[in-house]
Design a protein around this ligand. Structure first.
Ligand SMILES: NC(=O)c1ccc[n+]([C@@H]2O[C@H](COP(=O)([O-])OP(=O)(O)OC[C@H]3O[C@@H](n4cnc5c(N)ncnc54)[C@H](OP(=O)(O)O)[C@@H]3O)[C@@H](O)[C@H]2O)c1
Length: 168
């Protein structure tokens, strides 16, 4: 499985000034549970938002920078092709592309699963999810999030599975 996992607002916004535009603990919990024990692939800026490697997950970072700049234990890759070669050599592993924008765009033709959280609110954003042709995917799972004082915006979790190959 080569999955995307992300959260977007009503305008497909995903980031603002190098951070998430919102604080939504229920989505952070979902991210943690879904990726735990698996492999995550992050762009250098998204990885920086984690502050440290995510525990109990294999951390892969995509960057043009030198591997020595990253903490021990992090696998540093320099191209999307390198990541895809790694993925095809370990098809039994679950690999999650966790952003940002360029990674989602580069890996879109190859992704098998989409884990999308939609937050029904318009935030200030400067980073967007690339356009996805959802006709290539089937909605497999849906859950409405529970709004409460810590998670004040309506939100939903969806899992899509690819049913049509992309036209690459
Ligand atoms: N809502 C969500 O689910 C979600 C998910 C992820 C991120 N975000 C947000 O999005 C923002 C960060 O995303 P971003 O799109 O600005 O940056 P990003 O994709 O996290 O990082 C961009 C950097 O990744 C490296 N990179 C990307 N593709 C590469 C490739 N093919 N080959 C080599 N290096 C590559 C480059 O690093 P170098 O410059 O080091 O070469 C590039 O500058 C933040 O605001 C973050 O909070 C939100």
């Amino acid at each position: 499985m080569l999955a995307f996992i992300w959260a977007e607002d009503s305008n497909h916004g995903i980031g603002y000034q190098g951070q998430l535009p919102w604080h939504l603990p229920a989505d952070m919990q979902f991210f943690k549970e879904t990726t735990m024990g698996n492999t995550i692939v992050a762009g250098r800026k998204t990885f920086a938002t984690f502050k440290r490697p995510l525990h109990n997950r294999k951390n892969i970072v995509l960057t043009t920078r030198d591997a020595a700049e990253f903490p021990e234990g992090v696998a540093v890759f320099h191209s999307a092709k390198e990541v895809l070669t790694y993925y095809t050599s370990r098809l039994d592993e679950k690999m999650f592309i966790v952003g940002g924008s360029r990674l989602f765009a580069d890996f879109l033709p190859y992704t098998t699963d989409l884990y999308r959280t939609t937050i029904e609110h318009e935030f200030d954003v400067d980073t967007y999810m690339p356009e996805i042709d959802y006709s290539q995917f089937l909605l497999n799972d849906f859950e409405q999030g529970k709004v409460d004082e810590k998670n004040p915006y309506p939100f939903k979790f969806e899992h899509f599975i690819r049913v049509k190959p992309s036209q690459v």
